[in-house]
Write a protein that binds this ligand. Structure first.
Ligand SMILES: *[C@@H]1O[C@H](CO)[C@@H](O)[C@H](O)[C@H]1NC(C)=O
Ligand SMILES: *[C@@H]1O[C@H](CO)[C@@H](O)[C@H](O)[C@H]1NC(C)=O
Ligand SMILES: *[C@@H]1O[C@H](CO)[C@@H](O)[C@H](O)[C@H]1NC(C)=O
Ligand SMILES: *[C@@H]1O[C@H](CO)[C@@H](O)[C@H](O)[C@H]1NC(C)=O
Ligand SMILES: *[C@@H]1O[C@H](CO)[C@@H](O)[C@H](O)[C@H]1NC(C)=O
Ligand SMILES: *[C@@H]1O[C@H](CO)[C@@H](O)[C@H](O)[C@H]1NC(C)=O
Ligand SMILES: *[C@@H]1O[C@H](CO)[C@@H](O)[C@H](O)[C@H]1NC(C)=O
Ligand SMILES: [Zn+2]
Length: 253
């Protein structure tokens, strides 16, 4: 696999691609765990063919990321999604080797070494990406943040192996956008709370070759959150406790 040097200059996107990159629900964001609103509808997911070790079709270097295409029939349902979503591909975002972390989402201000996105589209749109990016919830991204590298010694791996050790019932949910132009505001984001381990050989392609072969800093900067609501499992805070917490500082003053 040959990689090329790419420095993502996302500072100009909002002026070059005016359609969506300057919108009001842009991703990624910094997730403030204490501000996540409890929502009891955020139930568990059902994953179809995530345990199948023959779903990874081919690996594609897009010049912007490394993408692994999935075979058809890989699906996600549940998790308060409006319908079944087909899992199409996964790809990675990273920084510069081990020295510069490169996750897109940050949690309580912490940027993780990398971020893995499993990209899904509404099954009813049967692969029509034009329709998917035009639909406010047409796409569904699962976000996993590796904080440790492991070696998997066999070739055929399944998506489940990425999700190993992750409590799949604990996640943050918000409505955002694609993190590359045209930044379409079409993505239901799910960011799992537990970090994951990632295959070291995926990292070796990125990490250990000569600098001229490296793609570095393949992530978009944090976008203004515009008070967008991030939800998570649990009950919404009651009116009483909200009032208490806002009255506290007043009492002290
Ligand atoms: C985004 O840019 C376009 C073109 O400059 C402008 O019409 C639109 O109002 C902008 N949207 C926002 C949310 O700033
Ligand atoms: C809870 O989530 C559901 C679906 O995900 C959404 O329709 C509803 O508005 C949310 N409720 C709150 C209080 O955020
Ligand atoms: C990445 O890190 C290497 C080694 O630390 C450094 O030489 C290089 O300039 C960095 N590249 C970028 C784009 O920051
Ligand atoms: C894809 O969706 C777009 C927008 O909804 C529609 O105009 C187009 O005809 C669809 N294409 C196919 C091949 O169905
Ligand atoms: C993983 O494999 C690489 C290359 O074979 C090796 O350099 C590295 O030490 C291994 N890491 C672990 C944790 O076994
Ligand atoms: C892939 O899955 C098949 C069927 O479950 C199993 O027989 C085979 O050993 C697996 N291969 C690897 C390399 O894990
Ligand atoms: C990295 O270097 C190894 C050993 O020289 C080579 O086999 C591999 O193809 C290189 N990978 C990339 C992505 O250039
Ligand atoms: Zn991505």
């Amino acid at each position: 696999m040959i990689l090329v040097v790419v420095r993502i200059d996302d500072t100009t996107w909002s002026t070059i691609v005016t359609e969506h990159c300057n919108g009001s629900r842009q991703s990624p964001i910094n997730i403030v765990s204490a501000s996540a609103v409890g929502n009891e509808t955020l139930t568990a997911f059902t994953f179809t063919k995530y345990g199948d070790n023959s779903t990874m079709k081919n690996i594609k270097n897009t010049g912007k990321t490394v993408m692994v295409m999935l075979t058809s029939g890989v699906q996600v349902t549940g998790g308060a999604l409006s319908e079944a979503y087909d899992s199409l591909q996964f790809h990675l975002h990273w920084g510069n080797g081990t020295s510069v972390p490169g996750s897109e989402h940050t949690v309580d201000g912490t940027r993780y070494p990398m971020e893995l996105h499993i990209v899904n589209a509404k099954s009813s749109l049967i692969g029509n990406t034009t329709a998917a990016v035009a639909d406010g919830t047409g796409l569904f991204h699962l976000s996993l943040r590796p904080d440790e590298y492991i070696n998997i010694t066999h070739d055929a791996i399944s998506l489940d192996e990425f999700l190993e050790g992750v409590d799949r019932t604990k996640y943050y949910r918000y409505l955002g956008s694609l993190t590359t132009p045209n930044c379409n505001e079409a993505v239901v984001w799910t960011v799992f709370k537990d970090p994951i381990k990632v295959r070291q050989d995926l990292v070796i392609h990125i990490d250990h070759n000569s600098t001229s072969d490296l793609m570095t800093n393949v992530f978009r900067n944090i976008q203004p959150d515009n008070n967008w609501v991030v939800t998570t499992q649990g009950r919404p805070a009651s009116g009483a406790s909200t009032m208490c917490s806002s009255l506290g500082p007043m009492a002290l003053a």
